[in-house]
Ligand binder design. Structure first.
Ligand SMILES: Nc1nc2c(ncn2[C@@H]2O[C@H](COP(=O)(O)OP(=O)(O)OP(=O)(O)O)[C@@H](O)[C@H]2O)c(=O)[nH]1
Length: 677
């Protein structure tokens, strides 16, 4: 294989999409760390029984594990991640590499080994980045042999969905290279482009892999041409694989070892390690994932946090192989875990530098904080369960630090939380995890994006909750700004017309339009974030029979004519149902909301009016007429058991209701409102 192409394509240099500050070939582990964002995966004990694995490992020392990390100085280490568009085969490829190196057993009966969360398995998507350490014998002449020297390879499987690109960028901070996996039939898609640039900006060496070549519709030559035209990647450098049949996989690890540079830290400098991620284990306390940038960390060392100055003793240290495996030491360039008696994940600040307490060091620059794109209120479905929900949220946020949480209260729903998410899928996944892992049942309010409102007194505030806006905004609000995104859309050319119509309906502005090849078009749009958070992707997919791909990055705020839309039940505004919409769309959204509510609220003993209003102006109205017969009227007096049963049933039904004023609203009504855009 020839040397990998590292030239910056001219067309890309001028792209508004990116700024290129450093030559592609100039790899710098440190500058990547300083400028990058990274998060290492977590091993979730709840799903994995790792606590047992951990305690049994803990009884052995590193020699019993048969692993002597002293054999792996930086030149014998490669840190790389696998990046790709969603479903192009990252996790399957990761599985095969773990099998190939004997890290997991072949046919371990658990597809997508690194997708540990139940939600990941059910949805078939990767949500959390995950790391695994592998050992691989390689002979410098290229052929893998048992006589070759042994390398330590850290592999990071990253999520492909746009909501989790923050995880990808944080993962890349601990890597010097990336395998860019592209489906041989689907070719380059929107997240291929986005992830390529993330890796490219982090100065990583990129190894292109065309996967799924076993498919009947595979067309590797077409995909090679796309990689050349989009990223200037040399077709002769592209590896062809099938993670399903195993074809071509033997070339992957030799390419990793030959082309990805070793981590560049200094072994004889004072210890500096970057805290990549942390999670809480009820038996061990906080487990931190770390990358040792300089120096050496040993069990029983005294270490300090550069952020808080707090000192700790290293109780345990090791690698993820793929489960927590004590080694007693972590050397320069190695990635592993540390247990140091931290009691809460709040002490373990992602992006912090840990160092020996006795030495003074220059801290590494941490990560940019996660940017919350979507906010929603979370309330216990049963009002009395606030404490239970509070506990569940506290525990889950220990394992998903990318959610922001603040307590809030609603007249309609009582005490709850205002949560900030990276996107709508992230919000959905968070709900699912709350339910599945902690048994918490929640009602969430219509998601909103963070607006900036200016009031007549000149003050500007960020509004994350529509209820915080006064109901007559025309009187007091003088201006509003909404967040926008730069969206990349890739579609087959026959769908261009309908997608342009969709984007203009969503108030989009076209910035770029070009052909990737004779069949596919690449478009760049500026779109208000509000217009894409609900249902945009689904619509895009259904309009293109599933062929569209979409990715976005956040961009600047733009001034917009936004208004608060109130929902009133029997004349009373329901704060949890308020939303902020564009003035031109208010009428349609108001109509849809009241129609949805009419469908989901059952008839009650009295008439219910449902109204949508902007300030004092009602823009949509529906009425639910009063119920004539009581459920018990159906009983023929004497049948006590039947009566009891019916009362029980009614009580059960009530549990799933929220009473707002005098009106009972089923939980489903709240869920349905989330789908109105
Ligand atoms: N035919 C064929 N199918 C494959 C191959 N590799 C993966 N798949 C299938 O493609 C689907 C997606 O694979 P994953 O490995 O979950 O993809 P991913 O990129 O990790 O997906 P996300 O984590 O959701 O981004 C699964 O059904 C795999 O079985 C391959 O080489 N050939």
């Amino acid at each position: 294989m020839g040397s990998l192409s590292r030239r910056v394509p001219e067309a890309l240099k001028s792209s508004k999409y990116l700024s290129f500050s450093q030559p592609f070939y100039k790899l710098s582990w440190l500058s990547t760390l300083l400028g990058g964002n990274s998060l290492y995966g977590r091993l979730n004990y709840h799903h994995f029984g790792l606590s047992q694995a951990f305690s049994s490992y803990s009884r052995h020392d590193s020699k019993e594990n048969g692993i002597d990390l002293n054999q792996y100085p930086p030149e014998k280490i490669r840190n790389f991640s696998i990046i790709a568009h969603v479903d192009h085969g990252k996790s399957t490829l990761a599985d095969r590499l773990l099998e190939l190196t004997g890290t997991i057993k072949k046919g371990h009966g658990q597809p997508q080994y690194l997708d540990k969360l139940q939600v990941e398995r059910e949805r078939g998507i990767t949500v959390k980045a995950q790391t695994a350490t592998m050992f691989h014998k390689h002979n410098i002449h290229g052929a893998d042999t048992h006589e070759g020297s042994s390398f330590l390879l850290n592999l990071v499987d990253t999520p492909g969905h746009v909501d989790f690109s923050y995880e990808v960028s944080r993962s890349l901070a601990a890597c010097q290279g990336a395998l860019l996996v592209v489906d041989a039939a689907q070719g380059v898609q929107a997240q291929t482009v986005a992830n390529f640039y993330l890796a490219f900006e982090s100065n990583l060496t990129i190894i292109p892999i065309i996967n799924k070549i076993d498919q009947p519709t595979a067309d590797p030559d077409r995909v090679k041409a796309q990689l050349k035209s989009m990223f200037d990647l040399d077709p002769s450098d592209v590896l062809l694989t099938s993670a399903k049949t195993g074809q071509g996989l033997e070339q992957v690890l030799p390419a990793v070892i030959q082309h990805i540079p070793p981590p560049p830290g200094k072994s004889n400098s004072p210890l500096r390690m970057l805290l990549l991620d942390s999670y809480y284990d009820e038996y061990r306390g906080v487990i931190c994932h770390v990358a040792v940038v300089d120096g050496v960390l040993r069990k029983a060392d005294k270490i300090s946090s550069a952020a808080t100055g707090q000192a700790y003793e290293v109780l345990d240290v090791g690698i993820m192989h793929p489960e927590l495996t004590p080694t007693g030491v972590l050397l320069t360039g190695q990635v592993g875990y540390v247990v140091s008696g931290m009691r809460s994940t709040k002490e373990a600040r992602v992006g912090d530098t840990l160092h020996h307490s006795r030495s003074t060091i220059e801290p590494l620059s941490g990560f940019k904080p996660a940017k919350h794109m979507v906010f929603s209120g979370l309330y216990p479905a049963d009002g009395s369960d606030f404490e239970a929900l509070n506990n569940a949220i506290e525990k889950l946020t220990c394992n998903d630090a990318s959610v922001s949480i603040a307590k809030e209260s609603s007249t309609a729903l009582g005490l709850g939380f205002r949560c900030g998410f990276l996107g709508l899928l992230h919000m959905d996944v968070f709900h699912q995890r709350l339910e599945q892992e902690y048994g918490a049942h929640v009602i969430s309010t219509i998601p909103t994006v963070p607006y900036i409102f200016e009031y007549s007194d000149g003050s500007k505030v960020q509004v994350q909750n529509p209820a915080a806006l006064p109901s007559n905004p025309k009187k007091r609000v003088t201006a509003c700004w909404e967040p926008t995104v730069l969206a990349t859309i890739i579609i087959p050319s026959e769908y261009v017309g309908s997608i342009i119509t969709l984007c203009s309906e969503r108030r989009g502005q076209q910035l770029e339009y070009s052909f990737i090849d004779s069949q596919r078009v690449f478009m760049k749009y500026r779109l208000p974030l509000r217009e894409i958070v609900v249902d945009f992707y689904n619509e895009l997919k259904s309009m293109t029979s599933g062929y569209a791909s979409f990715d976005y990055e956040d961009s600047e705020y733009q001034q917009s004519d936004m208004v608060k839309l109130d929902i009133l039940l029997n004349g009373q505004p329901v704060d949890a149902m308020a939303t902020i919409v564009h003035n031109l769309k208010a009428q349609r959204v108001g109509r849809e909301l009241v129609e949805k509510l009419k469908k989901f609220i059952d008839r009650q003993m009295f008439e219910i009016t449902i109204q949508a209003a902007i300030g004092s102006k009602v823009i949509a109205r529906e009425t639910i007429s009063a119920m004539r017969k009581n459920v018990l009227a159906k009983c023929y007096g004497g049948d006590v058991t039947r009566k009891k049963k019916l009362l029980e049933k009614q009580k059960e039904g009530k549990k799933r209701m929220k009473r707002v004023g005098s009106v009972d609203i089923p939980q489903e009504a709240f869920h349905e409102l989330l789908k109105v855009s």
